[in-house]
Design a protein around this ligand. Structure first.
Ligand SMILES: Cc1cc2nc3c(=O)[nH]c(=O)nc-3n(C[C@H](O)[C@H](O)[C@H](O)COP(=O)(O)O)c2cc1C
Length: 312
């Protein structure tokens, strides 16, 4: 069983990656995507998207981080992949799932699921740029509007030399609307030989088992489920749904606030904390109570009074 923390742009940044992976249970984590254009990026761009590269490409608890690239410019995808790995990324993940209109308009992300040949060319270019021991993975959705090209896309990614494929069990059209269609993953599982990592709406130990049963793979990527319940990976490993005490989560929130306060403007810190509490309240009644206090809050002073010192 392998459990991966999902890339989540604007949500699972370096701070949240540190706090969630510190709870244990994750084999690796994928960075927020770096949108590749037609030129190689300077090192600072890689360090911005993945500050862990300054510490051996690992989070503080030692979980390897894999940089995710998004784009279709072959030469530039290859050269940027090479540079990310030289800087310490543990492999390269390629994004074929982003539903954003802006990203898709520039022919990046999920729009490429309309063109299996392009997927093949992008993955081949990145694969050819990296020595074999370096892992190249891809992350796709079930399709763009429908699943008609789902198996062709998966096969193209495999034929191009990807080592692993993660599939978010929804089409681009379905965006994030529940349910995730895990049974489609079973069809992909039967069609390719490389490891398949199931993704989408795995938010509990029970979800994990139901997904594994129909997807036919034990490897999963956890996104929002781990943001709601940072101990989820460990619970899945232990096969035990336990209630995580607020006394475990509350210090993480304090730490999050304090780290953010040192790195981004106060107004943005307030927004980021509210964003996380909004997820946490789905699993923790104490977070719901905190949410009621902070939901309309804009002042960093009040937030500082609530979260400035660790309550242990
Ligand atoms: C806020 C947010 C940002 C995301 N950013 C990325 C991203 O940068 N790259 C990517 O491949 N997927 C991204 N995703 C998709 C997730 O990785 C994942 O596939 C999706 O949320 C379904 O899994 P989940 O139900 O476990 O969250 C994002 C999802 C969310 C909610």
């Amino acid at each position: 069983m392998r459990i991966i923390l999902a890339p989540m742009e604007g949500l699972a940044d370096v701070h949240l990656r540190r706090l969630i992976t510190a709870q244990g249970g994750f084999d690796w984590v994928v960075s927020e995507f770096l949108r590749v254009v037609d030129r190689p990026y300077p090192d600072r761009v890689f360090h911005n998207i993945c500050p862990e590269l300054r510490q051996g490409g690992r989070t503080e608890s030692g979980t390897p981080v894999r940089v995710q690239l998004l784009g279709n410019h072959l030469e530039s995808m290859a050269s940027n992949a090479k540079r990310a790995v030289a800087l310490g990324s543990h492999g390269i993940d390629i994004n074929f799932g982003c539903p954003s209109r802006t990203v898709n308009r520039s022919m990046g992300g999920a729009v490429l699921l309309k063109e299996p040949d392009t997927l093949y060319r992008v993955v081949s270019a990145v694969r050819a740029a990296l020595p074999k021991p370096v892992v190249v993975s891809a992350k796709m959705r079930l399709g763009y509007d429908d699943t008609a090209l789902m198996l062709d896309n998966a096969a193209a990614i495999e034929a191009a030399g990807a080592d692993e494929l993660t599939v978010h069990a929804r089409t681009r059209l379905q965006r994030y609307t529940p349910p995730a269609h895990w049974h489609e993953l079973g069809r992909i599982r039967a069609h390719i030989k490389i490891p398949l990592i199931a993704n989408g709406d795995i938010c509990s130990v029970d979800d994990y088992h139901r997904c594994v049963e129909v997807a036919g793979t034990v490897d999963v990527m956890l996104g929002r489920g781990a943001v709601k319940l940072p101990t989820l990976a460990n619970q899945i490993r232990a096969n035990q749904s336990t209630v995580t005490q607020w006394s475990t989560i509350s210090p993480l929130l304090h730490s999050f606030w304090q780290e953010l306060s040192l790195t981004i403007p106060p107004r943005d810190c307030v927004g980021r904390v509210k964003q996380w509490v909004n997820y946490l309240r789905q699993s923790h009644p104490e977070a719901e109570a905190l949410w009621c206090i902070i939901r309309e809050e804009r002042s960093s002073q009040i937030m500082n009074a609530l979260l400035g010192a660790t309550d242990q």
